[in-house]
Design a binder for this molecule. Structure first.
Ligand SMILES: [Zn+2]
Length: 318
């Protein structure tokens, strides 16, 4: 075979492979089906799972409100493709443009869909924007490892517009932007006074074990105490099903309080990390989704600081 024919064949093969990859990527359908939960208000409920190739990273709840001043999107999902599919799902419901996209915090499943929306519509609390700038790249790489070609073409895009907490009127909807923290350094909660819907972001997990890579357990519990007082009719957690009561708030708080007590006690008893990992999880939490995996991750993320504190307390003793 002549070298010309060989290279032609190679080109054809490459071309075919390229198309296979394009088709495979185009196949990835999140099957987003917005559910109407209140006037003008839709949510897209993700799976109560870990990130995986099977779910394409869709473990998160996103939402949108169709106001007379345009659509307000709350969190943009785990990938460029999710953001694009969310935009198309919105366009099937309304012809109003998306005028505001709020990222509740800087975790990848809440902002990696930003790329699908106009940059001037993206907004978040200042510390969230900072977090996306500093950690967005490594979150994105990690998502490629976990979800594969669902992530095709995804790049982290940080909002330029900084939000200040307080009232925000969007056409016929009066929103309260509430700046809390504890799950991360900045956790935005949105309360729609016009409908009574409270979008709690990842301060509240329902039926799923909370994630803690940037957690401050004390501050998080204080934030939950504040949320429990909000006069909401519907609660949209960051993960897990919706609720019309404070049970998910109490459940999240109970897990965090237990984790805090448990890790402190283990550190005071001088246990090493392997021993802490082997300790049983109380029966009341056994039904939470991904409880074993999240317990392991939380011990890895949080226990060194508890050991450090126990050691310095020991040294201060006379
Ligand atoms: Zn999160």
């Amino acid at each position: 075979m002549s070298s010309l024919r060989r290279s032609t064949r190679a080109l054809i093969a490459l071309f075919a492979l390229g198309w296979t990859l394009v088709l495979a990527a185009a196949d990835r359908d999140y099957g987003l089906a917005p559910v109407r939960i209140a006037d003008d208000t839709w949510v897209l409920v993700g799976r109560s799972e870990d990130f995986s190739f099977a779910n394409g990273g869709n473990i998160v709840n996103t939402a949108f409100i169709v106001t007379s001043a345009g659509v307000v999107v709350i969190d943009s999902g785990p990938s460029r493709s999710y953001g694009e599919q969310l935009k198309r799902a919105i366009a099937r419901i309304t012809d109003k443009p998306v005028s505001l996209v709020l990222n509740t915090h800087h975790h990848p499943d809440h902002f990696l869909g930003n790329q699908a929306f106009a940059i001037e519509t993206l907004a978040a609390l200042p510390a969230t924007i900072k977090g996306i700038h500093s950690e967005g790249g490594s979150f994105n790489e990690n998502m490629y490892r976990l979800a594969g070609d669902w992530m095709a073409g995804t790049e982290p895009v940080a909002p330029a517009r900084q939000l200040a907490p307080g009232p925000l009127t969007m056409g016929n909807h009066r929103l309260d932007l509430i700046a809390l923290d504890g799950h991360t350094e900045a956790d935005l909660v949105i309360f729609d006074r016009s409908t009574g819907v409270l979008f709690a972001g990842d301060l509240v997990f329902n039926g799923r074990t909370p994630t803690t890579p940037h957690a401050n357990l004390q501050r998080w519990q204080a934030a939950l105490d504040q949320l429990a007082e909000a006069p909401f009719t519907t609660l949209v957690p960051g993960h897990g099903p919706l609720a019309d009561n404070t049970k998910p708030i109490r459940q999240t708080r109970a897990w965090l309080a237990w984790l805090d007590r448990h890790l402190r006690q283990a550190a005071e008893d001088g246990l090493d990390m392997t021993e802490v990992l082997a300790l049983p999880i109380p029966a009341e939490f056994r039904d939470l989704a991904v409880v074993d995996a999240e317990y392991r991750r939380s011990v890895g993320q949080l226990y060194p600081a508890y050991e450090q504190r126990a050691l310095s307390a020991e040294r201060r003793k006379p």
